[in-house]
Design a protein around this ligand. Structure first.
Ligand SMILES: Nc1nc2c(ncn2[C@@H]2O[C@H](COP(=O)(O)OP(=O)(O)OP(=O)(O)O)[C@@H](O)[C@H]2O)c(=O)[nH]1
Ligand SMILES: [Mg+2]
Length: 389
């Protein structure tokens, strides 16, 4: 609200001037006559006071103001930077797409996420529901798509793919059977002298699970077995392995160099199976992995090397472990552990499919010897779909 004062000798003329400037509905507050008492013949002068509404200043009016508002400038600059950042990958993708002329027939670059409906538009019904379920379990979208398609038929009415069974487990088992290799139960002939070593990152369950296997071989298959530990680095590791061996009443050897390992293996020639426990090594520690390879030496050529991996690992990290360990050892199979500690076991599908390595066993808890299962398509399907068995 503002008060404006007009001065002049003609009151009517002052009022019409005010109306012209501020519109017809001006509010006249008062007017004064300024005549001097000394000169009564002098013309009367009027002061007219009107009330006017000050114009509302919105955001854009403020922006349009001549004087610079630095705060607004800074705010706008921030917004511009944010928008630029968000648009950068899209601009880059568009530029690349134009360059390679791939926009018409190729999928968008992987860092641009397609909406679910678009990415899986070729599926319908149960197939689409199974894909959703697999994604919830951290199965890689491409792998989910590939596995589900494997158990689909083409629905002519919908012009899309749908499962050819109404049971998710059956569909998944069928696809897993086709796409993942399994070692099956450990069947060892008497007198065959098989050497199996357990390698993997620290704390994944190598020692515990080696002794679960040892129990099965000794107690159920009545084989003659021995255990060698090359983990002479970790405090208490030898004692842990020795006491397990004592319980099973099998010979145990702690060895720290390749010459001794070779000699001990030669001496154990009459045994059916020799299990080798190794020290946990980070897959990023190339130097220590090299050291371990040196100790296993030429033995690693004829032994089966089982890579032990916890289901707790992130998918990308697990693949990194496989790839790095592979450069040192001829990995024969993947032995998963700690399935009881995860609700999203997508790794069970992602890792064997991406690495093309077969699955051997899965550890389902800490108890020795019972918490171990042979891997097969039905078990994989059960764990993924949330049933434990
Ligand atoms: N919850 C759960 N714990 C497990 C499983 N398997 C092993 N563990 C536990 O994991 C811990 C580490 O097991 P270890 O057998 O010592 O592991 P490791 O790979 O030999 O460890 P390092 O020799 O130190 O590299 C122990 O507490 C085990 O009881 C499993 O399937 N589930
Ligand atoms: Mg150990």
């Amino acid at each position: 609200m503002e008060i404006v004062k007009y001065e002049g000798y003609d009151l009517d003329e002052l009022i019409s001037r005010a109306k012209k400037e501020y519109g017809k509905n001006i509010k006249i507050i008062s007017y004064e006559i300024n005549s001097s008492g000394i000169f009564p013949f002098k013309r009367k002068k009027y002061s007219l006071f009107i009330q006017v509404q000050a114009p509302q200043e919105g955001f854009f009016e403020l922006l349009a103001k001549e004087e610079k508002n630095e705060e607004i400038d800074r705010f706008l600059e921030k917004i511009e930077n944010l928008i630029d950042k968000k648009l950068a990958p899209i601009k880059e993708a568009v530029a690349k797409g134009c360059e390679n002329n791939t926009f018409l027939n190729d999928a968008p670059p992987s860092h641009i996420k397609m909406p679910f409906e678009e990415e899986f538009k070729e599926f319908t019904g149960d197939a689409l529901d199974l894909i959703k379920l697999l994604l919830k379990k951290d199965v890689d979208p491409k792998i989910a798509k590939m596995l589900v398609k494997e158990s689909c038929g083409f629905d002519i009415d919908a012009n899309k793919f749908d499962l050819n069974t109404s049971f998710y487990k059956e569909a998944l088992m069928n696809s897993v059977e086709k796409k993942i290799k399994f070692k099956g139960p450990l069947k060892i002939q008497k007198g065959s002298f098989k050497v199996i070593s357990f390698v993997g990152p620290t704390g994944v369950g190598k020692t515990t699970n080696l002794f679960k296997i040892a129990s099965e071989l000794v107690i159920n298959q009545k084989l003659k077995i021995a255990v060698i530990s090359i983990d002479t680095f970790k405090v208490g590791a030898i004692q842990q392995a020795r006491s397990f061996s004592n319980i099973l009443n099998i010979p145990f050897f702690a060895i720290s160099d390749s010459k001794n390992l070779k000699k001990t293996l030669q001496n154990l020639n009459g045994y059916d199976v020799v299990l080798i426990d190794t020290v946990g090594r980070s897959h990023y520690d190339y130097w220590r992995l090299g050291e371990m390879k040196e100790i296993l030496g030429s033995g690693s050529d004829f032994m089966d090397v089982v890579l032990v991996i916890s289901c707790n690992y992130k998918n990308s990290e697990a693949l990194e472990i496989v790839n790095r360990y592979r450069t040192f050892f001829p990995i024969d199979s993947i032995f998963f552990t700690k399935i009881d500690e995860t609700y999203k076991p997508g790794i069970l599908l992602n890792l064997p499919i991406k690495s093309e390595l077969p699955l051997s066993f899965i550890s389902v808890g800490q108890k020795v010897p019972e918490d171990i299962r042979v891997m097969n398509p039905e078990r994989v399907a059960n764990y993924i779909l949330g049933e434990r068995g």
